[in-house]
Design a protein around this ligand. Structure first.
Ligand code: IMP
Length: 429
């Protein structure tokens, strides 16, 4: 049956979306990214081989799947080519199976310089970005001075857009940030080189996706980052600069909202965050260190150690509702096998009151005291479990509690990094 499934992260990113997308890719003819850029790092482990994909949709590892980089993505052309080359070197076919939207915005050198410069200006108050130029590129897009792939492929148009843009950006770099100006001629040459190599991939992806819908082909929409990093609903300003939640998918692909049939929300069985910003259930202690070690919680894009903590049920309920999640995928359950007792935050206490809702104010969020519900651990190896009933009763009990708290059923459970360590729950489980 033709289906458009949207997969979104429900926490602060790094929920293990790459693995679920990889598992589902064989069921879909098309896999499309709709937001973000090379700030993402989707890890897929196949046997001894580990693939980390930043811009290319994870579906590329399945021969025959068409991968689309949608119009809502901001793509660094040099990074994209490096990723294509690295995949080819490892025997992965990348050719007609990859289409990059002509409306996607191009990450330019000044975006990366400004990303880092503004972080260093912010000092203690920095966002903790990935330094990939994502925020400045989306800022240029919103300010209507960005360059899209469509423009980059037309040398004369590109040159005039670039001249106007760099005239302004170099003044900002020199006069505001005290940096060296960038060489516009060199950027032009470099990017024209990228344009020639990327030309075969740049297509009208809106038309491709609309044709696919007409032909009844199945589409998987691959979200990057997590809903708590969403520009509108996340922990602003400690967020990324795109619409991460389900609502971003129609805008970032051109697929009408009514054509999206199902939303799968991906969460970890605990929480992690990289970068700055409040994190009420953070465990900056032995428990957090154990989660980090067992879950190998280091950023796949920047290598930064991730902050770890218990599952935040208040935040999860908020993001499940925001995304209209139909089913959940709960990842890294095996990481919790080491704990005698597992905590889940089910309410926030602040000023003697219990907050039921996720607050907009970061001051409030930073001040809340989590109210924990405790669950007995299972303290046994679950990494070989392939069926729901193989899981020990306390593990199933924990998953059922997550369903109640989040308000959506658990469909997938991941019990290890390998492709096959994913349990799909049957209707009668
Ligand atoms: P930016 O997206 O590089 O601007 O970073 C903004 C915030 O989002 C920072 O806290 C980053 O650590 C976070 N972030 C961006 N991409 C990811 C991701 O793929 N996983 C987890 N955090 C991310």
């Amino acid at each position: 049956m033709s289906e458009t499934l949207l997969l979104v992260g429900l926490q602060w990113g790094d929920e293990g979306k790459g693995k679920v997308i990889d598992a589902l890719s064989s069921r879909f003819e098309i896999v499309a990214r709709f937001q973000g850029g090379a700030n993402a790092g989707h890890t897929v482990q196949i046997g001894d081989e580990k693939f980390i994909l930043h811009l290319v949709p994870s579906g590329i590892l399945h021969p025959g799947t068409l991968c689309v980089v949608g119009n809502g993505v901001v793509a660094d052309p040099g990074g994209l080519l490096d990723e294509i080359d690295a995949l080819r070197e490892r025997g992965v076919e990348v050719g007609e199976n990859l289409a990059v939207s002509d409306r996607a915005h191009v990450v330019m050198p000044h975006h990366k310089v400004m990303d880092r410069a503004s972080e260093s200006e912010l000092g203690e108050g920095k966002i903790g970005t990935t330094g990939r130029g994502i925020g400045p590129c989306y800022a240029d897009k919103a300010a209507r001075c960005g360059i899209r792939f469509a423009e980059m492929l037309q040398p004369r148009v590109f040159r005039s857009r670039l001249d106007a843009l760099m005239d302004l950006k170099n003044r900002i770099l020199v006069e505001i940030y005290g940096r060296e100006p960038l060489d516009t001629d060199a950027i032009y040459e470099e990017y024209c080189g990228y344009a020639e190599r990327l030309r075969p991939f740049v297509r009208d992806t809106v038309a491709i996706l609309h044709d696919a819908l007409r032909q009844g082909r199945s589409i998987l929409l691959e979200g990057a980052q997590g809903s708590l990093l969403d520009l509108n609903f996340g922990t602003y300003p400690y967020v990324t600069s795109s619409a991460v939640v389900a609502g971003g998918a129609p805008v970032g692909t051109g697929i009408p909202p009514g054509r999206i049939n199902r939303v799968l929300g991906v969460a970890k069985s605990y929480c992690t965050r990289v970068g700055e910003g409040p994190f009420p259930t953070e465990q900056a202690n032995e428990a957090g260190a154990l989660m980090r070690e067992r879950g190998n919680e280091y950023g796949s894009t920047t290598g930064r150690p991730r902050r770890c903590g218990w599952l935040d049920g208040v935040a999860l309920r908020h993001t499940t509702a925001l995304n209209g999640v139909d089913a959940l995928s709960v990842g890294l359950l095996d990481v919790l096998s080491a704990f005698e007792t597992i905590n889940v935050c089910t309410g926030y206490r602040v000023d003697g009151r219990t907050l039921e809702q996720f607050p907009a104010s970061l001051e409030t969020l930073g001040a809340v005291e989590p109210v924990y519900e405790q669950f007995p651990g299972w303290q046994s190896d679950i990494t070989e479990a392939t069926e729901w009933e193989h899981l020990p009763a306390p593990a199933r009990n924990y998953l059922e509690a997550i369903e109640r708290i989040a308000g959506a059923p658990v469909q997938f459970v991941s019990v290890g990094p390998e492709r096959n360590q994913l349990i799909e729950r049957k209707a009668d489980d």
